[in-house]
Design a protein around this ligand. Structure first.
Ligand code: PEP
Ligand code: MG
Length: 606
């Protein structure tokens, strides 16, 4: 992973003599971080509650308005900073978040609610903010939709900022962290990360959060080693404490002994040497020892990923998640706007293949304009999502198709359809593609000379069981393991509590992948795997043994994954698979262990 240079910190510091404490949790983002501990003050300021006499109500409202204006200006300042550093990796994410916070401070239900409590209940402004914030947090927390529920965090962030400004308490939090420090908090929000100059922190620990959660995703894309779910906060953090984060193993060590510190420093040096070497060789193709090529592509989740993708050595973009053009805004992007954005991606990719997916809105990815029009439904993960949504409003698909076809003029583009569950859906999309191309030609708009290839995401169990029929209508398949696991095992991919049920190597999943591989072989169409699993070194050998030769992973992991592939031997993995038992969990666990022993996993992956 790309990390800032904190080398002076990694020299053994004067480690104070506090008891070493080791906490085990979930690894959110791999890598080793070592540095001074910094406890983030994420609790809201203490506030008093008192009644305001009638003649002072106007003054109290004014006090609230001043705090609101101050909070607004602070966020606006952060926003302009984020826009200036727009080359920084996370600007898109940060901008959306800050804009949402600004909206909340403008004429929102939140602001109206606070004013009402001051005027009608004669409450002081602090208490009014606190009650309104708690009420709204409760409402959000009760919602089933994880994306909307996460807006509750935004209410809490904005509310705490208002309280700090009302009580004149300094924001003692994240901006005071020393360079190379490690953040420890009950909860680190994306907003907290957004308010940091990039490369400022070495690592982070948050008591809550899943790998699929916003903070985890941001930490990974920023290359910051991170751990969550340690069960409790460390007990012995002092102002001079040092900590170590082992992001791959999900371990937090507080007050390490000198011996532990040196052990991890050695390990960190090895990781860095390995990563440097991988980066130097990033443009070499990824052939296994027995000369089998594995194509390693990158996923583009935000347009700001482009920089990292271009530097990663990826042999193309395996998945462009176009839904991010639709999120975090009140209106819809028209065909022209989508074209401009996609054209930029395709042009920047030179002639490398770019697989553009039609929008996958719904589930945990919401677009306000579409929510307003279609509603959210009682269970969004099983509601009007992805291609079902696009086909129910043909003008949306037509606009997107126009944008993709026009962008395809500038490079090598394939089109991917998310959440396919029937052959008919692919036929309908192909018909829209053909008619859009015809219309564009009629209007003398430049279009590619031949139609882009059309593929289906295989991520709904139904698609697996009609894979043979689907393959006849598709030019390629892309396995979306994130959703396939969720829908097969009925385990929400964003819910921490479902961790033990969200098992990507369940016998049912392997059986389904096998069906998919066979269908592609029979129809002679290519198959790739996108989603987080493809970048997991313990699972990648299974995919390779099963015949998968193309994967798409997080941009930052591309050089490492290519390096792993070069140390693998497909023949060995195939032999393990032939001799293994994939019908039981015990058999699969043994198989994964056997495969890990066949290659240098411990030497190459840290
Ligand atoms: C998947 O489901 O595996 C996938 C790649 O799509 P997304 O994560 O965007 O749902
Ligand atoms: Mg998916």
């Amino acid at each position: 992973m790309t990390q800032a240079d904190f080398s002076s910190i990694y020299k053994t510091p004067d480690l104070p003599n506090h008891p070493e404490e080791i906490l085990h949790g979930i690894g959110l983002s791999s890598g080793i971080a070592m540095g001074p501990a910094f406890m983030l003050d994420s609790v809201s300021p203490e506030v008093n509650e008192y009644k305001i006499i009638k003649k002072n109500l106007k003054l109290e409202i004014e006090r609230f308005e001043k705090a609101r204006e101050r909070s607004y200006n602070q966020i606006a300042q952060l926003l302009s900073k984020a826009e200036i550093t727009s080359s920084s990796n996370d600007s898109e994410e940060i901008t959306l978040l800050l804009e949402a916070h600004l909206g909340m401070l403008y004429s929102s239900r939140f602001v109206r609610g606070v004013r009402k409590r001051i005027e009608e209940n004669r409450l002081n402004a602090e208490a009014a903010v606190r009650y309104e914030m708690e009420d709204m947090e409760r409402v959000f927390a009760e919602l089933d939709d994880s994306y909307i529920a996460s807006r509750g965090q935004d209410v809490s962030d904005v509310g705490k900022r208002l309280l700090r400004n009302l009580t004149d308490q300094k924001y003692t939090a994240i901006k005071n962290i020393p360079d190379g420090g490690i953040l420890l908090s009950e909860e680190i929000t994306p907003m907290d990360l957004a308010s940091l100059p990039s490369n400022r922190i070495a690592g982070l620990m948050s008591l809550v959060g899943t790998r699929q959660g916003h903070t985890g995703i941001m930490a990974r894309s920023m290359g910051i080693p991170a751990v969550s779910s340690t069960g409790s906060m460390p007990k012995h953090v002092h102002s001079n404490s040092y900590v170590i984060i082992d992001g791959a193993k999900g371990i937090l060590i507080v007050n390490p002994t000198e011996e532990t510190w040196k052990k991890y420093r050695r390990q960190k040096e090895i990781v860095e040497i390995e990563h440097d070497q991988a980066t130097r060789q990033k443009d070499f193709p990824a052939y296994t020892k027995d000369k089998v090529e594995v194509l390693v592509q990158a996923n583009l989740t935000h347009f700001s990923d482009m920089d990292r993708i271009l530097k990663s050595g990826a042999s193309g973009i395996g998945l462009v998640r176009t839904e991010f053009m639709f999120m975090g805004r009140e209106d819809l992007p028209d065909a022209r706007e989508q074209f401009a954005k996609l054209k930029a991606v395709v042009k920047a990719s030179k002639k490398l293949p770019v697989t553009i997916r039609t929008m996958d809105i719904g589930g945990d990815k919401m677009a306000p304009a579409l929510n307003k029009r279609f509603g959210i439904g009682p269970n969004p993960a099983l509601g009007l999502r992805a291609i079902r949504l696009s086909l129910s409003a043909p003008e949306l698909l037509e606009a997107q198709m126009e944008a993709i076809l026009r962008a395809a003029v500038y490079g090598n583009v394939d089109i991917l359809v998310p959440m396919v569950s029937s052959v008919d859906e692919i036929k309908q999309v192909r018909a829209v593609m053909e008619s859009t191309l015809k219309d564009l030609r009629k209007k003398n708009v430049k279009v590619p000379s031949k139609l882009p290839k059309l593929g289906a995401m295989i991520e709904i169990p139904a698609a697996i069981f009609i894979a043979d029929e689907l393959a006849k209508e598709c030019d390629f398949f892309s396995l979306g393991t994130n959703d396939l696991v969720q829908y097969t095992l009925a385990a929400d991919r964003g819910d921490e509590a479902m961790g033990q049920f969200y098992n990507p190597v369940h016998p049912a999943i392997l059986k389904m992948i096998k069906i998919c591989v066979d269908a592609c072989d029979k129809a002679n169409i290519p198959l790739s795997v996108c989603g987080e699993l493809a970048g997991d070194p313990t699972i990648l050998p299974l995919f390779i043994a099963m015949g998968i030769r193309k994967i798409a992973v997080q941009p930052l992991t591309v050089p490492d994954v290519k390096k792993w592939v070069r140390t693998m031997n497909v023949g060995d993995f195939k032999q393990c698979l032939e001799q293994g038992d994939v019908t039981t969990q015990e058999g699969i666990d043994k198989l994964i262990t056997a495969m890990s022993r066949c290659w240098d996993i411990d030497k190459v992956v840290h």
